[in-house]
Design a protein around this ligand. Structure first.
Ligand code: ATP
Length: 144
């Protein structure tokens, strides 16, 4: 499901993962709404994304008011609060956002997200660990 014209992405949680994701997309011209509860973060991202809003994404009425149901893609980038991650993911699914992505911190967290119906669950640390192993193997192979 590559992004095309007319696609829009809502990124929930602008921590290290969410920030990198949102900026990368915005810089390539994608319509990005960022949501975070932290006022300092929201101020910092003002003008760098299509829209940035200070809001609690675990509240359904907040997501509705922000028009999240009209987005084609959503990414839940909250990690440390599994409860917040699960709640936000569950509202996005209930609002019928077509492509819901979420990051998981532990295997149990990922399993719950998958069971909820989240379309793509990513594990930043273990995914990147595997990727670096592949990169290392490629590099080492050059010297064998
Ligand atoms: P990272 O590793 O990407 O830096 P993390 O896994 O430690 O992040 P958190 O710190 O839990 O994840 O959350 C990332 C961001 O999500 C933070 O900026 C936090 O303010 C925001 N956040 C947490 N709860 C909510 C919520 N209910 N609604 C919106 N944003 C939230």
């Amino acid at each position: 499901t590559a992004l095309g014209r007319g696609d829009s992405v809502v990124v929930i949680g602008l921590g290290r993962f969410g920030q990198a994701l949102a900026l990368e997309l915005a810089e390539s011209g994608v319509d990005v709404l960022g949501i975070d509860t932290d006022e300092t973060i929201v101020q910092d991202f003002n003008g760098r994304l299509t829209q940035v809003v200070r809001a609690d994404a675990t509240r359904e009425e907040v997501l509705r008011q922000l028009g999240v149901a009209d987005f084609t893609h959503a990414v839940v980038a909250i990690g440390s609060s599994m409860e917040a991650s699960i709640l936000a993911s569950s509202w996005l699914l209930r609002l019928n956002v077509p492509h819901v992505w979420a990051k998981a911190i532990t295997a149990a967290h990922g399993q719950i997200l998958t069971q909820l119906g989240v379309h793509h669950v990513v594990y930043p640390e273990s995914d990147m660990g595997r990727k670096v192993a592949h990169l290392l193997r490629g590099t080492i192979a050059d010297y064998l």
